[in-house]
Ligand binder design. Structure first.
Ligand code: AR6
Length: 176
C-alpha cells in the first residue's frame, strides 16, 4: 500500500528491512546499543561488525531518542538506531516515547540530508506494544512530520509478517 503526503510517499511492505536500499534503515535498538534479538539482531548480522563497533563508541541512547551509524555491509548507507518504549500498560508515557522515536529518527535523516528511510514496527515485538496502537502512532507521527518538512521523499514501513502488515494497513486507511 502506498500513499502520497505532499510530495513524499509512504509505502507499507511486508518484508525484511535488512534488504532495503533506502538511504537509511531504522533499527529498534535497546538503550545500551548492545544488539539483541528481533530486527536489531538481524541488522547487526547482515551489516557486519563495523556497526556494532560504532555503537560501542556512541555507547548509549535514551528511550525516544536516536543515533546514527554507517550501514556496514548493508545496501542502506546508514542505520539510525532508535529506542522505543517497553509497553507497560500504556499509562507510563509510552505513546509519546514511541512517537518521539519515530520523530527523532526522521530528524536525524533530515539533518543528514537523506531522501529515503525505512522503518520497522518499533516496540511491536519484544517490547510488547499492542500492534494497532503502535501502528497508529507510527503512521500519524510520520505523516505529520512529512506535512511539516518536505525534504524526505520516501518513507517505507517494512513489516516482517502479514499480521503486522495488515495491522498497519488498517490503521493507515483510518488515518487518511
Ligand atoms: N525486518 C523487519 N522487521 C523485523 C525483522 C526484519 N528483519 N525482524 C524482526 N522484525 P523487535 P522491539 C519485526 O522485537 O519490540 C531487541 O532485542 C518484528 O517482527 O525487533 O522494539 C532489541 O535489542 C516486530 O514486528 O523490537 C531490544 O532489546 C518488529 O520488528 C528489543 O528487541 C519489532 O520487534 C526491542 O524490541
Amino acid at each position: 500500500m502506498k500513499v502520497m503526503i505532499n510530495r513524499s510517499t509512504v509505502t507499507l511492505i511486508e518484508g525484511d528491512i535488512t534488504k532495503e536500499e533506502t538511504d537509511a534503515i531504522v533499527n529498534a535498538a535497546n538503550s545500551g546499543l548492545r544488539g539483541g534479538g528481533g530486527v536489531d539482531g538481524a541488522i547487526h548480522r547482515a551489516g557486519g561488525p563495523a556497526i556494532m563497533e560504532e555503537c560501542r563508541q556512541i555507547g548509549h541512547c535514551q528511550t525516544g531518542h536516536a543515533v546514527i551509524t554507517t550501514g556496514g555491509k548493508l545496501k542502506a548507507k546508514f542505520v539510525i538506531h532508535t529506542v522505543g518504549p517497553v509497553y507497560m500498560g500504556g499509562d507510563k508515557g509510552e505513546a509519546e516515547l514511541l512517537a518521539c522515536a519515530y520523530r527523532e529518527s526522521m530528524k536525524i535523516a533530515s539533518k543528514k540530508k537523506l531522501k529515503s528511510i525505512s522503518f520497522p514496527a518499533i516496540s511491536a515485538g519484544v517490547y510488547g506494544y499492542p500492534l494497532h496502537e503502535a501502528a497508529r502512532i507510527a503512521l500519524s507521527t510520520i505523516i505529520s512530520y512529512l506535512k511539516e518538512y518536505k525534504d524526505i521523499e520516501k518513507v517505507r514501513l517494512v513489516l516482517f509478517d502479514k499480521k503486522t502488515y495488515d495491522g498497519f494497513k488498517e490503521e493507515l486507511k483510518k488515518l487518511l
